[in-house]
Ligand binder design. Sequence first.
Ligand code: BTN
Length: 337
Amino acid sequence: MRGGADHSRSGSLQGFDAQILALFRQQPTGFVSGEELSRDLGISRTAVWKHIKALRELGYQIEAIPSQGYRLVAAPDLLTAAELAAGLATIRIGRRFVCFKETASTNQVAFKLAEEGAEEGTVVVAEAQHSGKGRLGRHWQSPAGVNLYCSIIIRPPILPFNAPQLTFLTAVAVARAVEQSTTLKPRIKWPNDVLVNGRKVAGLLNEMSAETEGVNFVVLGIGVNINMRREQFPADLRHPATSLFLEGGKEVGRAIFVRALLTALDGLYDLYLNGGYAAIREEWLTRCNVTGKMVSVSFHDRTMTGVVVGVDDIGALLLELPDGRVERVLAGDVTIL
Ligand code: BTN
């Protein structure tokens, strides 16, 4: 892992930068004096100055006026703990952030942290991944600074066979976040793609550790193409894949997007834990682009064709075959015919 930084939401010795930003944000228009910062943080004025300098180097525009103090003028669109936690009012998701400039795969990091006992709600984020994992062993294109690559650890008290329901929950959360931060109309493609104008903007890869009698943890892996440009997609992916920027013609604030996503996820997860899977499935069905359509589903070397008539309680696709039988499909790639 390169450039890793572990930030707890409350801040630690490494978190003075985050605390300075939080103090600025409590005074959105006003100045905060060096003396106040030094007193509130319990550090010297020289140390305050060093942290201000470090923040400026990260791209924060901080004005300094001798008689008044410091004021935050603009923040860069960085996926740091300080930016992601700013104003986030979630119950479970986002209790801790682990942020990297680059890592192999956030799912891989999150899985290891979860095995080591990381708490529910831990969010692992990277600016870039060099071995991003997609479904069915594919590679997930993860260039730096333009997209979102994140993995969230949850510990739901459910039986392993119910875990596919969490993919539905996550897809609905991504769709809500897209709607909230753009004017685009996202659609969900079973089991785990989010599309805009028929092209994929987000993919989900959930990984689980479980025993027969229960789930130890689930890692919700979420990749969203936010501000990726056409030339950043490999040539063979250019048509089916897209980004929010390419579809909407406007850059989307990544930190704003992540906060919307974590908030949606937190609310849906709370609903889920309180027995609300049926409501989540209803919302998923209204957002799904395959209900009622003739599709083919391929998994390894098997392909089935039929009409999608729904999804069942555990998230399997219900496919009505030409002979009238309804087949439950648990995994595969769907193509609308
Ligand atoms: C898909 O194939 O559609 C699933 C793609 C999932 C990609 C995300 S990016 C963040 C997380 N870390 C990974 O290595 N993969 C998931």
